[in-house]
Design a binder for this molecule. Structure first.
Ligand code: GH3
Ligand code: MG
Ligand code: MG
Ligand code: MG
Length: 314
């Protein structure tokens, strides 16, 4: 059911696809009860780095999706035994979002508004048979590109522009999720607020660009030192750290080690080198809300500053 096409336009589409994919491998699932159709679509998709999986009905497709979370695009026929394409889409959309998976429905000649039904039930796009190779490839590229853009926007919204650390917005949603899981397990989740000491002096003495460089290097050290945990740049020279699974005593030990490492760590600037210190306030979670926990940690950070800085307070 796919119309043959002039070589020129087909090559053009493939070039676009190559540019989009670069070196990434993308997994695609083709769902169709007809072996001939599946084989044809597979051939088209295989032409580039699209790795094709096949399912001959809805049940098989759902099982494959659960096994392989790397599948990013699903292309489904409408007419299939047991479960038609629209029922399949409806079923899949109960637990996948538009930034998890792209779905393209394929319907035969659109007399009963099948294409609209596909979209209403959660497909991103549809094709009506017969379609050309070029049209098929364009829809695939267009939808994969849209998926990539959604992911980029989401990533940017969660990332601090200077340091590339997760930002406060990300931290808040992630921390709420973690605290929720620890509601019935008090005493084994600790929040810390970390603030670099006398950071203003670094800006004053070495310039704002040097200050930025210090923030970037400090952030990299946080990311390395606490990679198992949830952390963020809260803003300025302040950082949040959530340590689930650790009692306050264990969290103190870990952050104290980090404090000792930082005070000895030489930061190299273009002309100079310097060392920094930080202060931290810790609060053990006992079922309170995130803002309440933050207030406790913040008050302790204030105490650490007032007691001479370069220390932890809990
Ligand atoms: P304290 O020990 O009490 O925390 O003193 P401090 O100087 O670290 O704290 P203060 O809040 O007085 O100053 C923070 C400074 O951080 C002021 C601000 O200009 C600077 N700052 C905030 N964000 C950035 C940034 O992105 N880049 C640079 N270079 N400086 C920043
Ligand atoms: Mg069919
Ligand atoms: Mg400070
Ligand atoms: Mg500060």
């Amino acid at each position: 059911y796919i119309v043959k096409e002039s070589r020129f336009s087909y090559e053009y589409v493939l070039k676009l696809l190559r540019r989009l994919l670069k070196n990434k491998e993308i997994d695609v699932l083709v769902v169709d009860d007809s072996v001939t159709s599946r084989t044809y679509l597979k051939q088209l998709l295989n032409n580039q780095q699209l790795r094709v999986h096949e399912a001959s009905d809805g049940t098989e497709a759902i099982a494959l999706l659960q096994q392989d979370p790397n599948i990013q695009l699903l292309i489904t026929d409408y007419h299939m035994p047991n479960m038609n394409g629209i029922e399949l889409v409806k079923n899949i959309r109960q637990n996948t979002t538009f930034d998890d998976l792209v779905i393209i429905g394929i319907s035969s000649h659109d007399t009963n508004g099948l294409s609209a039904q596909f979209i209403k039930n959660g497909a991103n796009d549809f094709l009506t048979k017969p379609f050309s190779n070029e049209e098929f490839q364009c829809r695939v590229i267009h939808n994969l590109e849209a998926l990539e853009n959604i992911r980029k926007i989401k990533q940017a919204a969660h990332t601090d522009y200077l340091t590339n650390l997760p930002n406060r917005r990300y931290f808040q949603s992630k921390a709420n999720e973690i605290l929720d899981q620890h509601k019935s397990k008090p005493g084994i989740c600790t929040l810390a607020i970390i603030d670099i000491d006398h950071f203003k002096r670094i800006n004053d003495q070495y310039g704002h660009d040097a200050g930025d460089q210090v923030l970037i290097e400090f952030s990299d050290l946080i990311a390395q030192g606490f990679q198992r945990f949830t952390f963020a740049r809260a803003g300025g020279e302040e950082f949040y750290l959530l340590l689930p699974g650790l009692k306050t005593a264990q969290a103190i030990k870990l952050i104290e080690n980090f404090r000792e490492m930082i005070e000895d760590h030489l930061i190299l600037l273009e002309q100079d080198s310097l060392t920094i210190t930080f202060s931290a306030g810790l609060a053990g979670f006992n079922g309170e809300s995130l803002p309440e926990l933050m207030r406790v940690a913040d008050a302790r950070l204030y105490s650490a500053k007032n007691s001479g800085r370069n220390q932890l307070c809990w």
